[in-house]
Design a protein around this ligand. Structure first.
Ligand SMILES: NC(=O)c1ccc[n+]([C@@H]2O[C@H](COP(=O)([O-])OP(=O)(O)OC[C@H]3O[C@@H](n4cnc5c(N)ncnc54)[C@H](OP(=O)(O)O)[C@@H]3O)[C@@H](O)[C@H]2O)c1
Length: 337
């Protein structure tokens, strides 16, 4: 049996502050054994959600109000090191994933066994699928309702969410137009099977869209916001759907509008703008996780894990800054083991 330490460390959001590092502390905590129905997990890797973490530290996540002190970090994978009475579904040595606020940025985690998802191994690749891949699949099916033969354009296509949107939309038979911000990112998305890849920092998207996609896009999936969102509204097809799934580039000043009201572009095309927020679709999560893990195991999905070397809880602020600067290619992960 693994020898357990007497203490472990976790990140606690102690107060709201403009700088993430001023808001958090790494807290040394006694390690307790799991109670009945619980498992104790040694976290190996955690996913980093830069926009969310940064905004939570500044008390700007309206849909998830928290009162400090509160544990942070969401998704993680690890190994079960102890089980409480009555737990039959998991054993010591099993690999599990979990996704809940407070689970991610800590070395050990005690959770109800029912909250954990059994996985083959606690690898960082799984963090691209759970919950980011879940977001991509649920959004495409439930909100974008993308169908075979449709055309979809995706912003930040080499990002954690974007690179899975590209592949899942392609698997559904859509024609995929992928936008990314560097040549290296464009090359990565091309390898994932996007039909047309554009560097949106150096190419004239409006001209290219008018020339190559005169009917517009059936689905325009955006997480960047600002000028990209405006362009997507302009180029949405008749009965098309613009998906608003984040606005990374517009996070500080979303109220500044430089365009005419968007109903002038939507009404006559019977097009719509639809918001997507994954936590609001809980009934689809378990099924999506199962299907994604199977698709990955069958080799239908490739995942991109960012190559940034972030080890230990001290590296979380650096990982967040890396993401906020848009330097990542794929999902940013934190090594905890
Ligand atoms: N609605 C949901 O349920 C849901 C779920 C997951 C994520 N999200 C949201 O989706 C977005 C992407 O999340 P993610 O974690 O997967 O991140 P990500 O896409 O891996 O990284 C963000 C990417 O956005 C692009 N970007 C464009 N303008 C940027 C700017 N001003 N600053 C930083 N990056 C910029 C960068 O790619 P380029 O270099 O290619 O521009 C960057 O790599 C976030 O806004 C997140 O909150 C929403």
């Amino acid at each position: 049996m693994t020898r357990l330490p007497s203490h472990y460390r976790r990140i606690v959001l102690q107060r709201f502050a403009e700088r993430f590092t001023d808001a958090i502390e790494i807290v040394d905590t006694p390690l307790a054994l799991p109670k009945a129905g619980e498992i104790l997990v040694r976290n190996h890797w955690a996913g980093v959600n830069g926009v969310f973490d940064d905004r939570l530290a500044r008390n700007r996540v309206a849909y998830m109000p928290v009162t400090p002190p509160v544990d942070i970090g969401i998704e993680c994978v690890g190994e079960v090191v102890a089980v409480g009475d009555g737990v039959d579904s998991l054993r010591v040595g099993d690999a599990v994933a979990s996704t809940r606020l407070g689970n991610g940025y800590r070395e050990y985690l005690c959770v109800p066994a029912d909250d954990a998802i059994a996985i083959a191994e606690p690898s960082p690749e799984i963090l691209t699928l759970i919950p980011t891949g879940i977001s991509a699949l649920v959004a495409l099916e439930q909100v974008a309702q993308v169908r075979a033969g449709e055309t979809i354009v995706i912003s930040a296509a080499a990002g954690g969410l974007g690179h899975l949107l590209v592949q899942l939309a392609r698997l559904k038979g859509a024609h995929v137009v992928a936008l990314a911000g560097t040549e290296e990112k464009c090359a990565a998305v091309t390898q994932l099977g996007a039909h047309r890849v554009l560097n949106y920092r150096s190419e004239d998207l409006d001209t290219i869209f008018r020339r190559e996609y005169p009917k517009g896009f059936d689905v325009a999936y955006d997480t960047v916001g600002g000028a990209i969102f405006d362009l997507f509204v302009e180029h949405v097809a008749i009965r098309g759907r613009v998906i608003c799934s984040g606005y990374t580039a517009d996070i500080e000043d979303p109220e500044v509008v430089s365009r005419t009201r968007i109903y002038t572009q939507l009404y006559w095309k019977s097009a719509s703008v639809r918001g997507f927020m994954n936590p609001l679709f809980p009934e689809f999560h378990a099924d999506a996780a199962r299907r994604l893990l199977r698709m990955y195991a069958d080799g239908q999905l490739r995942v991109l894990v960012d190559k940034g070397d972030f080890r230990g809880l001290e590296a979380v602020p650096r990982a967040i800054a890396h993401l906020l600067a848009g330097r990542n290619l794929g999902k940013v992960v934190l090594r905890l083991k």
